[in-house]
Ligand binder design. Structure first.
Ligand SMILES: [Zn+2]
Length: 99
């Protein structure tokens, strides 16, 4: 999972470097709690924008396809204050076979 998050993050513009794994986890928890109110671990609330919803799987060329926020997907988050972006696996966790 961390490898996938890193691949998504590397596919996005990173003016000031990536979020750490711990920060990405904080963002994921905040997203799951309230997608409209995601505080940046560094900069605080009202800085994070959801740029796009992307496929959780990155293709071998490193491109992430834009998708709908439905089922399994990742959210590309961008902080306007520290200028960092990250992809978090925001969709349903496949922890049971109830499909
Ligand atoms: Zn920030």
């Amino acid at each position: 999972m961390n490898r996938i998050i890193r691949e998504i993050a590397e596919a996005l513009p990173q003016p000031k470097g990536p979020f750490s794994d711990a920060e990405a986890l904080e963002l994921l928890m905040a997203y799951r709690k309230d997608p409209s109110d995601i505080p940046c671990p560094l900069c605080g609330p009202s800085q994070i924008e959801v740029l796009a919803f992307i496929e959780p799987e990155i293709d071998p060329n490193g491109f992430a396809s834009v998708t709908d926020p439905d089922g399994e997907y990742a959210a590309a988050l961008y902080c306007h204050s520290c200028g960092r972006a990250v992809g978090i696996l925001a969709g349903a966790i496949r922890d049971s076979n109830d499909a």
